[in-house]
Design a protein around this ligand. Structure first.
Ligand SMILES: Cc1cc2nc3c(=O)[nH]c(=O)nc-3n(C[C@H](O)[C@H](O)[C@H](O)COP(=O)(O)OP(=O)(O)OC[C@H]3O[C@@H](n4cnc5c(N)ncnc54)[C@H](O)[C@@H]3O)c2cc1C
Ligand code: FES
Length: 504
């Protein structure tokens, strides 16, 4: 893997001091090996260390350089208008459990910040869902009814503290926001003082089973452990769980900047077809706004520039004199029934655990997963294991989503091969990339700033779909499961583990 978001640095990355760690060079033995150094992996390692376990985190890149470094970091149990859906498909008990699990995660973060005295700009905030169209207002009404049935303390509002005219809003008081990397940097420092080990620039490739299972890194180093946790979005091993067919990667865009308008507090999310999310962040005493939206299936959006422009337009109409400082993009996974997969990877590999599919709610989701996995590994059970069990298959809406998802992958697999490509490589200017015909086959071409041409085979090394050029981020993106590659073909984001073939 490579420095995945080199020119897409987030506001958190430019204002945090994350410790760095050496790659793993030799075989080691621990109680629990955790693959993936985002909020899920780090919080799980922290909790297991507190419980007396010997733990190692193995991270392919730098810790927190994945989605966690590019989040908007609202900490809330109000995951969009989800409770009406949960109530209809899973019933009252499970829908209540979902809320309680997220609420417990929020409480854990709040208590940890207080107990440890972590300086991470943590603040309690009211969270608002809001509707600007008639259709969404109706959806919000149903959501409010679900809150009442589930005893969720939501309040119906008809205006917002910020300058957006709405038809209706649903406020959930007592939620929170923070600087995610300052928080996680503290957890890393604390747990390594207590004996936890963290290794960066170490890609895990497979699991060896046997008397003592082991994770094997690309460089051959082995970490034997009685339990293994995959906190890598798509699990780095599948174990017969068919995760490729049961998860999809969804991408969205973020801009941050300043406005002279005074900020009244709160966190905001519209529930229209293209949602808009807004929060503030205080960095070195200055208030910044963080605006997020423009979701699409990874590898299937418009030119990224158009997505950023749509966010700028929203910022300009909502805040006076909005001055952009940073832009970035990231993706998160969504499960078939919108509920994360957390627990044993499959019945065949019960010592391997997985935590993924937070649907862009991984601050509470990843923390909840860490609590659940710690309970499973330490005590053998958890209050929430049934709800989040990865190998469940709820009939509605899972089957419909399963079929849609796999037809979508099949469509891209086939259409990518049949596509007509005719771009001329000579016409490429520095900084431009495109798909061309090379020796009769589809290939990817990018001309760098010094005029050198980089050619790659556009066949994704994961399962063979054809990658497309992403102008905004200068990456090759796969429309099937969201793998991303640099212009040189290096893996930026999995599930692909191998680089694109380079061509002469
Ligand atoms: C634009 C955007 C905004 C969001 N906003 C919010 C929000 O406001 N509130 C909220 O709750 N959630 C939000 N989310 C979701 C949240 O950020 C994610 O759910 C969460 O960060 C996921 O954390 P993670 O630890 O599971 O994954 P990551 O942070 O991505 O960590 C996974 C790590 O695994 C590593 N890895 C992968 N494969 C391997 C391998 N083979 N070997 C070793 N390491 C490997 C990767 O390098 C990566 O560092 C948002 C998401 C997006 C995309
Ligand atoms: S084929 Fe799966 S990510 Fe490309």
């Amino acid at each position: 893997m490579t420095d995945s978001h080199a020119n897409l640095t987030s506001i958190w990355q430019t204002s945090s001091n994350l410790p760095t760690y050496e790659p793993l060079q030799k075989d080691i033995h621990v109680d629990v090996a955790i693959v993936g150094g985002g909020i899920t992996g780090i919080t799980t390692a922290y909790l297991l260390t507190q419980a007396g376990k010997k733990v190692a985190i193995i991270e392919a890149d730098r810790i927190c350089n994945g989605t966690t470094g590019h989040t908007t970091a609202k900490i809330t149990a109000q995951h969009g208008p989800i409770y009406h859906e949960l109530l209809s498909h899973l019933g009252q008990e499970k829908a209540k459990q979902y809320f309680k699990a997220q609420d417990a995660a929020l409480t854990f973060i709040r208590d940890t910040v207080k107990k440890e005295g972590i300086e991470c700009d943590f603040s309690d905030e009211d969270n608002y869902l809001y509707a600007t169209s008639h259709h969404s207002e109706h959806r919000l009404e149903r959501e409010y009814e679900a809150y009442q049935q589930l005893d969720i303390p939501g309040e119906w509002v008809t205006s917002l503290p910020i300058n957006i005219t709405i038809r209706a809003g649903l406020k959930l008081p007592g939620q929170a926001q923070f600087h995610p990397l300052q928080y996680l940097a503290h957890l890393c420092k604390k747990m390594t003082q207590q004996g936890a080990q963290i290794y960066e620039q170490t890609v895990c490739e497979r699991v060896e089973h046997g008397n003592t299972p082991a994770v094997v890194a690309k460089n051959g180093a082995r970490i034997s452990a009685s339990a293994i946790v995959s906190a890598t979005h798509f699990p780095f091993v599948d174990g017969g769980g068919l995760y490729m067919s049961r998860l999809r990667a969804d991408r969205s865009y973020v801009i941050s900047g300043t406005s002279p308008d005074s900020w009244p507090g709160g966190m905001y999310l519209s529930i229209e077809r293209q949602p808009r999310s807004v929060r503030s962040a205080t960095i070195n005493g200055e208030t910044h706004l963080v605006i997020n939206g423009e979701s699409h299936k990874a590898g299937q959006g418009m030119d990224a520039r158009k997505h950023y422009d749509a966010l700028h337009q929203f910022a300009d109409t909502t805040f006076s004199n909005f001055k952009t400082e940073q832009e970035w993009t990231a993706q998160d996974l969504i499960t078939l029934d919108d509920i994360p997969y957390v627990g044993q990877l499959s019945s065949m590999q019960s010592h391997v655990y997985v935590a993924t599919g937070y649907r862009k709610w991984g601050m509470t989701g990843g923390t909840m997963a860490a609590q659940l996995l710690t309970d499973l590994i330490v005590d053998g059970n958890s209050l929430y294991s049934d709800l989040f069990k990865p190998m469940r298959f709820h009939t509605d809406p899972s089957i419909r989503h399963f079929l849609n998802e796999n037809m979508n992958v099949a469509k891209h697999l086939i259409s990518g091969k049949l596509e007509h490509v005719a771009e001329q490589v000579d016409e490429l200017s520095p900084g431009q990339g495109t798909v061309i015909k090379h020796n009769g086959k589809r290939a990817g071409a990018f001309r760098d700033d010094s005029g050198d041409l980089h050619l790659v085979d556009t066949t994704c090394t994961h399962m063979g779909c054809e990658v497309n050029w992403n102008h905004g981020d200068s990456t090759w993106d796969c429309p099937c499961h969201g793998s991303r590659f640099s212009y040189k073909g290096e893996v930026i984001e999995g599930p692909a583990k191998k680089p694109l073939k380079t061509l002469k």
